[in-house]
Design a protein around this ligand. Structure first.
Ligand code: CA
Length: 222
């Protein structure tokens, strides 16, 4: 699950990012409203956490533009403006929830989870191919009905492969999405993680999902 944070208070943004990453979410942060407006139109986000007072372009304008364009990504407004009128205005313009600063991270997490649950219930609660299932909300992965335990990074890598099923992804793309930093091409940690996934997902089954495309990268083949 990928979450966009549009927030110009560096401390707040960093606190939310760290907290969400700990919970296995992939997080992008932007501190500028104009940049946020562009990024928010990327449909790969499952949820957006939106501050209202932003440099470049205010949060309410971002929200209005999204909804006018028919983009329904769940939006949680995060703001210091806690008065009833501001809340009503935000919700009237298509926000899904509203949280007033200062807030407890636990409450933010609970609200984000609720948003993701609601939106995925409407769309696509479970991704399944044959006897393989992945639940992007609970992060539960099963093969032939058995739950497969995995680490946060293993899950993120698998989820990214599954979201891009039947497309070949090279190591750089995988690394950028899952590890979020440029990596030394000499390292083979992607291969190490792919092997771990193979052992967990494919080992012992006739049908394999994880394929190596020689010279290119890897693919989750359905
Ligand atoms: Ca602000």
């Amino acid at each position: 699950m990928r979450i966009l944070i549009i927030e110009d208070e560096k401390k707040v943004a960093s606190l939310i990012r760290k907290g969400l990453e700990k919970e296995n979410y992939m997080v992008d942060v932007t501190s500028n409203g104009a940049d946020g407006l562009v990024k928010s139109h990327n449909l790969s986000y499952d949820s957006i956490i939106l501050d209202l007072m932003l440099p470049g372009c205010d949060g309410l304008h971002i929200l209005k533009t999204l909804r006018k364009g028919g983009i329904k990504t769940p939006v949680l407004i995060l703001t210091a403006k806690g008065d009833v009128e501001s809340r009503i205005e935000g919700l009237n313009h298509g926000a899904d929830d509203y949280l007033v600063k200062p807030f407890a991270f636990g409450e933010l997490l609970a609200r984000v989870r609720a948003l993701l649950r609601r939106s995925h219930k409407q769309q696509n609660p479970l991704i399944s191919f044959d006897d393989f299932t992945l639940n992007p909300v609970s992060h539960e992965v099963k093969r032939a009905g058995a739950v497969i335990e995995m680490s946060a990074k293993e899950y993120s890598l698998l989820e990214f492969l599954v979201f891009n099923a039947d497309r070949v992804l090279n190591r750089i793309t995988l690394s950028e999405h899952v590890w979020k930093y440029d990596f030394d091409r000499g390292t083979n940690f992607i291969d190490v993680y792919i092997n771990r996934l193979r052992n967990k997902i494919d080992k012992g089954y006739r049908k394999k999902f994880i394929y190596t495309v020689r010279g290119y990268g890897y693919m989750f083949k359905t």
